[in-house]
Design a protein around this ligand. Structure first.
Ligand code: PRT
Ligand code: ZN
Length: 284
């Protein structure tokens, strides 16, 4: 049986649970399942932990795999491998200065006292850039450190930037971009490796579908070629004749991020009656 460690509550929990459910895994979340729960239709148990404990738990073999922020995975320095990047809980780890302190480049970090709960990642950055600064390790709320005279700058997670702004700080150097990742120990039993492969296969299908849309449209036959050039499809678009003479229905798959651009180009090429439908799973 595969053991997967996930965050018990917090910013990763909801999206992680949603992803597992979209992978077709039925399990109890919350309630009696505070510590662990067993999936009803997949040979897997889920451990609910604080995110900081996940890398260690996987490295020690208590769990075979875990879902955690890349920032925590990198900070904890455990011998794990990233199996899959999951595309949620995106954030950056950045150095921030009091808003009126000048910053022209990394040289301005020389000799500073920087507060952070990510000392390992910061130490690597300082070393790589030959910066001699003091790391002041704190366990949370780094953003208040400059205001109370505890540090000159901070190194912390930034998402929208509003926490920095409301503490009179500004982001001056982005050191890492992070997202949730699926990590696993160096070596799994062959049964558990197979189960993990199965889970990853499903996660990929869910992720792929998430940024794709199914598109159907009608077009006059003489425009089919021009329209097909805009619609690559999985292999190529499907073309079916309409009962109206000289017209066809074209079906394809497009990426979410090029959606509006494509729709405009398709309309300009003569497409009509365009339908765009979400895709639940996609397997290449
Ligand atoms: O209880 P547990 O230890 O499990 O959770 P936690 O409190 O340590 O972590 P949690 O749930 O806050 O975050 C889990 C993971 O989510 C982090 O390790 C990151 O990988 C990711 N993540 C994504 C974030 C944010 N976005 C984020 N904005 N983690 C924290 N923040 C903080 C940030 O530090 C700032 O103070 O949220 C605040 C608001 O950010 P702004 O920039 O939007 O204002
Ligand atoms: Zn934590």
């Amino acid at each position: 049986m595969l053991t997967l460690a996930i965050q018990k509550s917090g910013r990763l929990n909801e999206k992680t649970v949603q992803l597992l459910r979209e992978c077709g895994i039925a399990f109890e979340n919350g309630g009696s399942a505070k510590l662990k729960s067993k999936a009803r239709n997949f040979p897997m148990q889920i451990l609910y932990l604080r995110d900081d404990d996940i890398p260690e738990c996987v490295a020690d073999g208590i769990a075979d795999a875990g879902i955690v922020g890349e920032n925590v995975y990198l900070e904890k320095r455990r011998p794990l491998r990233i199996i899959e990047r999951l595309g949620f809980a995106r954030c950056r780890l950045s150095i921030a200065f009091p808003k009126d302190r000048e910053y022209c480049g990394t040289d301005d970090l020389q000799g500073l006292n920087i507060a952070t709960s990510y000392p390992n990642i910061l130490r690597d950055f300082l070393k790589k850039n030959r910066i001699d600064a003091t790391i002041h390790e704190i366990s949370g709320s780094a953003e208040i450190a400059p205001g109370i005279g505890l540090a000159d700058a901070i190194f912390d997670i930034v998402s929208t930037g509003s926490t920095l702004l409301s503490n009179g700080l500004r982001e001056v150097e982005t050191i890492l971009r992070s997202e949730a990742v699926l990590v696993a120990g160096k070596k799994l039993s062959s049964t558990n490796q197979q189960l993990l492969d199965k889970l990853v296969f499903r996660m990929c299908a869910v992720q792929l579908a998430g940024n794709r849309k199914y598109i159907l449209l009608n077009a006059p036959n003489e425009q089919i070629e021009a329209i097909c050039r805009l619609l690559p499809g999985m292999k190529s678009p499907t073309i079916m004749p309409l009962s109206t003479e000289g017209w066809s229905s074209i079906h394809s798959v497009i990426a979410e991020d090029e959606f509006w651009e494509k729709i405009e180009a398709l309309k300009a090429a003569g497409a009509q009656g365009i339908l765009v439908i979400p895709i639940e799973k996609m397997i290449l």
